[in-house]
Design a protein around this ligand. Structure first.
Ligand code: ADP
Ligand code: ASP
Ligand code: MG
Length: 634
């Protein structure tokens, strides 16, 4: 007998018939000898409808009242599902987040879960009842009791958190697709179903736009080792397992906020090659990385930044021993990128940097918490370390710094994030903290936590790691901000991202330009980054207001962008992956405005109207399309 948490999303409970079908499934699961907590979303598009009503009354509705309003959607479903179960003769009881004791921060509309009372839940379960819990909501106890919500899509997070708190055997997320697919089947009907995916990969996919799982749900599953499966509520097919490494035995207090960073990592075996002032037109990145791939040169980080005028800088890092070869490729390509009319111009200049190191903080708790990266930058600034390149992913922030400053940077970060010093690897690489022993990108460390569960038999371990790229995601809700002429000295990134964090604005891709210009005796660089579209205008306004005081130039906002990303733990050490992605975009005349990579993802910013096309051509280029077409239920 197992204790199972099941979650049913909006479409799965979208009508009386659907609620009755869910009741049947729940009833069958109980009859098979299991205990059940069921978490539900609001019916169909109820939440969207409530948001629309609020917007008809106010363009900027009060966030407390919004939570009061939106939390009603789930309350309808819990009552109806309990009644449907009782009609089948199954004892059931509905409970709101407050009744369960899902305690959150006092932050309306995006509250994080602090802890979950299990007494009342357990008492009802032991009495043989199915407990039906309202997803997406909680209660804050700071001062007076208030109803909070977790953020759109947050019922997944409620379910996984309840599973963690109850130490359930597993958590099943029932939705309107058969599981996690290589991309959104609404955009590519031939997307293929995956048997399993690692938490790290899913964290990236979810945060880069795949809405099938709320990223914070994946974060909790990873931190607490909750076995998680995504399945269709229409069929009995096994779905997709989200696998995590061994749980770290964390405390259930401050569940979502306890520990944002698990490890500090460093690598001193790095060198950087940059091509400055290359033309801003389709095909440039494809050409460069196509050749890099043909020469079998493995690159680590790649960044491309936007600039005034119509030229870009592209930079990448390699391990020190292959720097010469990488430089030679860049030098060989450069002349072809110069305008034929003016071959002696300063276009496509090759710049090489030998003595650099990469220092990173890693951990699943950074999602939606802009303060974590800001704290890293501030720590480096306090230690007098200048940041040359920044690469961000959902689970890692890496900074390229001068090699001589690596030790100082690592020590400062360890003490700032309270990470014990750990083992030192060979070749100038090392890590400190728990994540080092947890899931390493690219390594086959699949551990199924409940191998005896029926559906896990269906997992095909061969197919799981056969493809370097596992999924493609599109995010149409981002905006790009560029700050011109930011003084190049320690502390600027800390100031900038500290300010954004204070305003609770999460930053995604961050790219500092490679070219440096001296203006008024101060070396300066441009910096560009992406934020959620809803934060774009206010971020621009805020950063413009402080421009004179902090000594930077114009702040430019572009809201008409799309971010398309590929994700896969197997990309490490496969130079052809980036080349293939850039090549697919070039072939379809799609210009790349920005590039940012981490070990397990590559993201490109393109013009908004080309977003869907970009996703489709990349999905096809990696051969991810299957022969079957998916039809998502209406
Ligand atoms: P629910 O209401 O059940 O929570 P959501 O609408 O939040 O469902 O999430 C399911 C949707 O996620 C699917 O209908 C699909 O359009 C979308 N989706 C985006 N990317 C993916 C992906 N990689 N795999 C599966 N579904 C995806
Ligand atoms: N009903 C909420 C929403 O639509 C939460 C959820 O469905 O996960 O965002
Ligand atoms: Mg959802």
């Amino acid at each position: 007998m197992a204790l199972i948490v099941q979650k049913y999303g909006g479409t799965s409970v979208g009508s009386v018939e659907r609620i009755q079908a869910v009741a049947q499934r729940v009833y069958k699961t109980v009859k098979a000898g299991n205990s059940l907590v069921v978490v539900v979303s609001a019916m169909g598009k109820t939440t969207d409808g409530l948001v629309k009503l609020a917007n008809e009354i106010s363009s900027n509705p009060n966030r407390r009242e919004m939570d009061m309003l939106l939390s009603t959607g789930e309350q309808v479903t819990i009552a109806l599902l309990s009644m449907a179960l009782q009609e089948l003769g199954q004892p059931a009881i509905s409970m709101t987040g407050a009744q369960v004791g899902i305690v959150t921060e006092a932050e309306h509309s995006r509250a994080r879960i602090l802890h979950i009372e299990t007494t009342r839940l357990t008492r009802h379960i032991n009495a043989g009842k199915v407990v039906v819990v309202a997803g997406f909501q909680g209660t804050s106890n700071a001062g007076e009791m208030e109803i909070t919500t977790l953020g759109r899509g947050g019922s997944d997070t409620s379910a996984v958190a309840i599973a963690a708190a109850l130490q359930a055997n597993f958590c099943e997320i029932y939705t309107d697709v058969p599981g996690i697919l290589t991309t959104d089947p609404r955009l590519v009907a031939e997307a293929q179903l995956m048997d399993a995916i690692t938490c790290d990969e899913m964290l990236e996919l979810a945060s880069l736009g795949a809405k099938v799982l709320h990223p914070r749900a994946v974060e909790i599953a990873r931190n607490y080792g909750v076995p998680l499966v995504v399945r269709s509520s229409w069929t009995d097919a096994p779905g997709t397992w989200v696998t995590s490494a061994k749980p770290q035995g964390r405390s259930l207090i401050n569940l979502e906020i306890a520990r944002p960073v698990d490890a500090v990592e460093f690598d001193t075996d790095q060198a950087k090659v940059a091509l400055l002032r290359v033309p801003d037109k389709p095909g440039v990145a494809a050409r460069l990385f196509g050749e890099i791939c043909r020469q079998k040169i493995d690159v680590d980080l790649i960044i491309q930044s936007v600039h005034e005028g119509n030229s870009n800088d592209i930079a990448f890092t390699v391990t020190a021993p292959i720097l010469k070869r990488a430089e030679a490729v860049a030098a060989a390509i450069a002349p072809a990128l110069r305008s034929p009319s003016n071959p002696k111009s300063d276009e496509a200049e090759v710049m090489v940097e030998h003595n650099i190191a990469k220092v990173s903080i890693a951990g699943a708790g950074m999602i939606g918490r802009p303060g974590v990266a800001a704290k890293m930058f501030a720590t480096l600034a306090e230690a007098g370390v200048n940041i040359q390149m920044i690469s961000t992913s959902e689970v890692k922030v890496s900074c390229v710094v001068d090699a001589t400053e690596c030790d100082r940077a690592v020590n400062a970060l360890r003490s700032a994030f309270e990470i014990e010093a750990g083992g030192q690897g060979a070749g100038g690489r090392g890590e400190a903290g728990e994540a080092g022993e947890a899931e390493g990108a690219g390594e086959d460390k699949l551990i199924l936590l409940s191998p005896s569960l029926p559906s896990t038999d269906a997992i095909n371990r061969v197919s799981l790691y056969s493809s370097a790229v596992r999924g493609v995601a599109l995010d149409l809700n981002q905006a790009r901000l560029a700050i011109r002429q930011l003084p190049d000295r320690p502390g600027m990134a800390a100031k900038l991202f500290g300010l954004l964090a204070q305003h609770n604005i999460s930053v995604d891709m961050i790219i500092q330009s490679q070219r440096c210009r001296v203006i008024d005796g101060v070396p300066r660089r441009d910096i560009a980054f992406t934020v959620s579209r809803i934060d774009g205008e206010s971020a621009k306004e805020m950063l413009t207001q402080v421009a004179a005081e902090l000594g930077w130039g114009e702040v430019v906002l572009d809201s008409a962008i799309a971010k398309v990303s590929i994700v896969g733990a197997g990309m490490v050490g496969q130079p052809g992956v980036a080349a293939k992605m850039f090549g697919a975009l070039a072939e379809h005349q799609i210009n790349i405005q920005m590039i940012a990579t981490s070990e397990i993802k590559i993201s490109c910013v393109v013009a908004q109207e080309q977003g869907v096309k970009a996703l489709q051509v990349i999905h096809a280029a990696f051969g991810l399309a299957g022969s079957e077409k998916f039809v998502v239920p209406a």
